[in-house]
Design a protein around this ligand. Sequence first.
Ligand code: SAM
Ligand code: SF4
Length: 335
Amino acid sequence: MQHAAPLIDPFARPITYLRVSVTDRCDFRCVYCMAEHMQFLPKAELLTLEELDRLCSAFVGLGVQKLRITGGEPLVRRNIMGFFHAMSRHLGAGLEELTLTTNGSQLGRFAGELADCGVRRVNVSLDTLDPDKFAAITRWGRLPQVLDGIRAAAAAGLRVKINVVALRGVNDGELFDLVRWCGDQGHDLTFIEVMPMGDLGNEDRLDQYWPLSDLRARLAERFTLMDLAERTGGPARYVRLRETGQKIGFITPLTHNFCESCNRVRLTCTGELFMCLGQEDNADLRAPLRASGDDAVLIDAIRAAIANKPKGHDFDYSRQTVTGQMTRHMSHTGG
Ligand code: SAM
Ligand code: SF4
């Protein structure tokens, strides 16, 4: 329940959306996201599920209406269902949506319980329908397990949105297959530009960068794209394909700047609050959380952090070098 003045940043943007990374661990090692031999954080660094509950509840009290649980892979965190059950108490009492982004590997086990917790929609990352390519991209992932998970989610009544990272030379030949498959299955589909996150050594993000302006032009060769006015306060822009009625999203942090309507902040599993995905600035909420059982200290720290939300990010591939690059991995802030 909201009990205080809402969070408004210095650019008059109300902050109503919190993305929470509940773990830095994952059962996959996607090439654009993690090194194969990742060093994960020691357990003591992580917020406990009780601490995450206190933090998320404070944000809901400050007007956050949408909570997206992410990671790493959120469904590999131990007792994560306990956390979803706990968060579900806020639904209808300030919180309007509880949702998650997942690689889908554990949905076979958890889809039913997620639906019981009031989750209505789930984003599943799936870049290819080719089992060999899937194994090459995710290193440790297996496509059939993910497809089973997606089926389980649909069977549990969850709406599925498929997130595809557009990768030149990897999944550019599958554009129409992915569109057709999502259409047949009734899943929404969003394409994402690969972002210069993390220091991943030999994989060169610039080589794989497939601008969505190109992808869109390819799509327009076969379909009539009708721009939709719909905005979620995030980086996605949507079109509807006239011929099939499908809605397709484009997340284009690089070809378009989307910051002016940003309504979101990101909490890491160690309690750092990132006010912008593309900036290193962050505020430590773990210290005030652990310093006192009194939420007043925590709420002051949250307000002070929001007062520092920057206007936007500085990613830019346009000079054929990667500038504005982040040394942070995407698994750290949860995408
Ligand atoms: N493990 C979950 C998953 O894969 O959906 C949630 C966390 S993952 C970090 C969230 C999203 O970030 C995924 O859709 C993933 O494809 C995307 N992602 C990871 N690294 C990326 C990068 N370098 N550029 C663009 N998107 C990236
Ligand atoms: Fe794991 Fe998601 Fe990163 Fe892939 S994108 S390694 S599934 S956290």
